[in-house]
Design a protein around this ligand. Structure first.
Ligand code: AHR
Length: 487
């Protein structure tokens, strides 16, 4: 039996709701025939967005949605996506499969989606192919008070007199690669120009996020943080991103026990990445200004396993393995909530590690969706230090995190083993209140490869369970969320 000890008086920090964030890029089927079906579609929609999806997404309290890319952001001209008669353009990704970008979804539509689902917008600013002045114009268009600038008047003419609320502005995307193939120093110089201009305009209405490393590229983080720290003036920065895809191991839906453990081990590396990237911000005295924003993360399986069978670029099915990767990753973020301020799983629909698969009249949720639903109680809670006994071997390991908000303690557990259930006892050490009730939600399946399809949309779905916290099971390849109500 493993003993899980929640050290109730030991608070790590606030679990920023934004850790439960999402990402939606103009790529493959994320928007077109995914999130967006168009206002004139026969598919039930709210001002063009798929109604079923909007309602399900809202139910899991998405705190933030990143847009328009990804690499797509680095050739995006915001002017293409406003007003009437929008130009049709090539798309960074889709010129490869002959599809073009209609720009049907632009700034107004995206903000409308955010408002429908209750998420804050997180814009990725093009650094590679526009100037800081053009980026400033986008900000002016979005944020200037009603009736002030020419761009604010244009926004009003396009149907939104009041400024948009856009609290996060990422400066570039993957600037070590698709974002201009820059070096840490050359990117830092671009960042200084964009961030100075944009932050001067938005002040405390917006945060500017510096583009960080590709996974374990610590040289990037070292160079970037040193460059910003040694500038003559104080460079505005409100967070540092990095991306980590744990990748693939075997096929998306047809994998072996060995494949399972290889992928779980790769996903667990997120913890070391957080510790090491964060260390550079500490070393340069910028820890508070440069909390981490893991604005792309997830599994990246071989193409072709989703319902569109390869037509939608990067679309993949999502099994119990993806659910466990989601659960352990979110546990890592919760356990490091003192240095992670946002994370955005990539991507929301019909793509890598998605929560929804949609096409035509179909729209289903993946096991990953259910994990985000089961974990939503952590949002805004105080993260609590949590220990697990006897947990060195991942084949027999579990991943845990806990948090408390008002009178509710949330404990989430993922079983890293795909072979054996984990027997667990929960000790609430130092709890100064009585436990009134405990409820549990369990996501599990008799086959670790199980997933939902258009034909069987609820093959994997969570169930409520009654359990005794002094002795309970976390099913193999399964996830359990406990809600402990305190007096
Ligand atoms: O999520 C797909 C792509 O992966 C994004 O456009 C890019 O940022 C990353 O390499």
């Amino acid at each position: 039996m493993k003993k899980v000890t929640v050290i109730c008086p030991e608070k790590i920090g606030t679990v920023a709701p934004e850790i439960y964030g999402h990402f939606s890029e103009h790529i493959g089927g994320v928007f077109y025939d995914g999130l967006w079906v168009g206002k004139d579609s026969e598919i039930p929609n709210i001002r063009g967005f798929r109604k079923d999806l909007v309602e399900k997404l809202k139910a899991i309290h998405p705190p933030v949605l990143r847009w328009p890319g990804g690499c797509y952001a680095e050739t995006y001209n915001w002017r293409d996506g406003i007003g009437e008669n929008r130009p049709v353009r090539t798309n960074w990704w889709q010129h490869r499969d002959g599809r073009v970008e209609s720009n049907a979804v632009g700034t107004h539509e995206f903000i409308d989606l955010c408002e429908m689902i209750g998420a804050k917008p997180y814009f990725a600013v093009n650094v590679t192919s526009i100037t800081p002045l053009e980026a400033l114009n986008w900000m002016d268009y979005c944020l200037s008070p009603r009736g002030t600038t020419t761009l604010a008047l244009e926004r009003e003419k396009n149907g939104h007199p009041e400024p948009f609320d856009i609290p996060y502005w990422g400066i570039g995307n993957e600037n070590w690669g698709g974002g201009g193939n820059m070096t840490p120093d050359s990117y830092a110089l671009e960042y200084r120009r964009f961030a100075t201009v944009l932050k001067n305009f938005c002040g405390n209405r917006g945060e500017v996020i510096v583009g960080g490393a590709d996974g374990a590229d610590y040289l990037w983080t070292e160079g970037l943080t040193a460059n910003l720290a040694h500038a003559k003036g104080r460079i505005p920065v409100d967070g540092m991103s990095f991306h980590y895809y744990c990748g693939k191991s075997g096929d998306c839906v047809d994998y072996t026990t060995e494949d399972w453990y290889i992928l779980i081990e790769k996903a667990l590396r997120m913890e070391e990445l957080i510790n090491r990237h964060s260390a550079f911000t500490v070393a340069h005295g910028m820890k508070d200004r440069m909390k981490l924003v893991v604005d792309e993360w997830g599994c990246w399986h071989p193409d072709g396993s989703g319902p569109s069978k390869g037509y939608n670029l990067f679309e993949q099915q999502s099994t119990m393995r993806d659910a466990v990767v989601s659960a352990l990753t979110l546990n890592i973020f919760n356990n490091h909530c003192d240095c992670v301020k946002m994370a955005n799983v990539a991507q929301l629909c019909n793509n890598l590690h998605c929560l929804f698969l949609a096409g035509g009249e179909h729209c289903i949720t993946t096991p990953t969706y259910h994990v985000f639903d089961m974990y939503k109680g952590h949002q805004g809670g105080q993260g609590l230090r949590t220990l697990v006994s006897d947990n060195e071997d991942i084949r027999n390991g579990i991943s845990v995190s806990s948090s408390v908000k008002d009178n509710v303690l949330t404990v989430t557990l993922a079983n890293l083993s795909c072979e054996a259930d984990a027997e667990v006892s929960l000790d609430l050490l130092g709890l100064d209140r009585k436990v009134e009730s405990v409820s549990a939600t369990v996501l599990a399946s008799d086959d670790m490869r199980n997933h939902n399809t258009f034909e069987a949309p609820n093959a994997v779905t969570p169930v409520c369970a009654a359990l005794d916290i002094s002795s309970f099971s976390v099913p193999k390849a399964g996830v359990v969320a406990l809600t402990v109500t305190l007096a």
